[in-house]
Each structure stands twice: as C-alpha cells, then as structure tokens.
Design a protein around this ligand. Structure first.
Ligand code: GTP
Ligand code: MG
Length: 197
C-alpha cells in the first residue's frame, strides 16, 4: 500500500467522543517507549505526525489519524509506565480497555514489543487479555536496528513459545526499525488486505 495522505483527526480521552466508526480502524499499542508513535510516523512517511519522545509516557490520549481517506490508524498511550501514579494507571486501563472492547470498526490491534527484550510478563498478559476478549491482534517487534538479526530472531522465538502456552496459534509477527525504515511494507500490505476483504 502506498500512503498518499495521512492526517491527524482528533485526540480523545472519552470513548463516546471518538470519530464515527464508519471506516476500518487499526490500533497500535504496547509498553511505554516501545516506539508506537515512531512507527506510525515511519509507516506514513510523515516525520512529525505522531508526537514521539525519549521520555516514556509521551502519548496520553487516543489519537486518530486518517490514511488515504480510507482507514483510521490509532496511536494509544503506552502501558507499564512506572513513573505514573496508580490512579493514572487504573484510569489508563479503564479507558483503553473500554476503547478496545467497544470499538466496533476495530479490525486489528498491533501489539508492539521491544525486540531487544526477553518476553515481558506485561506484554504476555496483555496479549492474553486480547485473546480472552476475542480481539484480533498481530505482533510488531520494534527497534530491530539496535541488535543483531540473530538476537532479534531468538527473542521473537521466545515470545512465540511463551504465547503458545495460551494460544493454539500464534498471530502473525513483523520485525521493524523506524530508525532504518525497515519491515514497514508488510504491515501496510496486511492492512490493505484486511481492508479489501
Ligand atoms: P509513549 O507514547 O511514551 O508510550 O512511547 P512510544 O511507544 O510512542 O515511543 P516513541 O515512538 O515516542 O519512541 C520512544 C523512543 O524510542 C524515542 O527516543 C525514539 O526515537 C526511539 N525509537 C522508536 N523507534 C525506534 C527504532 O526503530 N529504532 C531506534 N533506534 N529507536 C527508536
Ligand atoms: Mg507515543
């Protein structure tokens, strides 16, 4: 898929104020600082479209972008941000979970995982929660430029094995670097295929 246009639509904390669910929607989620906003910029080829930061906890709202006037791409706040209060974290959980379980046009949740890390409980738990709620998801491993391909493959295989304890089949996975703009095309093509289905 070629991204011809990518525009910011709105930011929200309230699920009932989101844009009308009249286009297919894809959400990007994962631990704080994993590279969600950077990936959205790399996928769309628009550097400043989603706000990025070296400091975790940058994205605080549900941010909608419209791509090619055909589908919504959604940047979500990260989970597991240690510096935030318990109350903030509970609020995050509530509104993200409400968004994910009620958004009727949501086609797929892309769960971003840092390719440098061994499987993290918080990511595995989140994938299990998606599975329990019948939400389709795929895995995107990020920051592939930071380590060798062999090490990336090892970490991805470990994650897959950990998920196999809970799932009969493991969802598709992608390996990306927003820095080097690699692994992006297969994600866009997957979205195009789902849109066309
Ligand atoms: P929150 O909004 O805080 O949840 O973070 P986020 O997941 O949106 O992460 P963001 O895109 O803001 O990136 C966090 C940091 O990781 C920034 O310093 C990015 O430059 C860096 N980063 C993101 N993707 C990559 C990548 O593919 N390679 C490298 N080397 N750095 C990356
Ligand atoms: Mg962000």
């Amino acid at each position: 898929m070629v991204v011809k246009t990518a525009e910011f639509v709105c930011s929200n904390t309230q699920v009932n104020k989101l844009p009308a669910p009249n286009l297919p929607e894809y959400a990007f989620i994962g631990r704080s600082n994993v590279g969600k906003s950077s990936l959205i910029n790399a996928l769309t080829g628009r550097k400043g479209l989603a706000k990025t930061s070296q400091k975790p906890g940058k994205t605080q709202l549900i941010n909608h972008f419209i791509i090619n006037k055909e589908w919504y791409l959604v940047d979500l706040p990260g989970y597991g941000y240690a510096q935030t209060s318990k109350k903030n974290r509970a609020d995050w959980e509530k509104f993200i979970r409400k968004y994910l379980t009620t958004r009727e046009n949501l086609q797929c949740v892309f769960v971003l995982i840092d390719s440098r890390l061994e499987p993290q409980k918080i990511d595995l738990d989140f994938c299990c929660w998606l599975g329990e709620n019948g939400l389709p998801f795929m895995l995107i491993f990020t920051k592939a430029d930071k380590l060798s391909r062999v090490k990336c493959d090892q970490n991805m295989a470990k994650f897959r094995r950990a998920l196999l304890k809970w799932f009969e089949e493991v969802p598709p996975r992608f390996l990306t670097s927003s820095e080097e703009k690699t692994g992006l095309e297969p994600i866009l093509d997957t979205i195009a295929d789902i849109n066309a289905a």
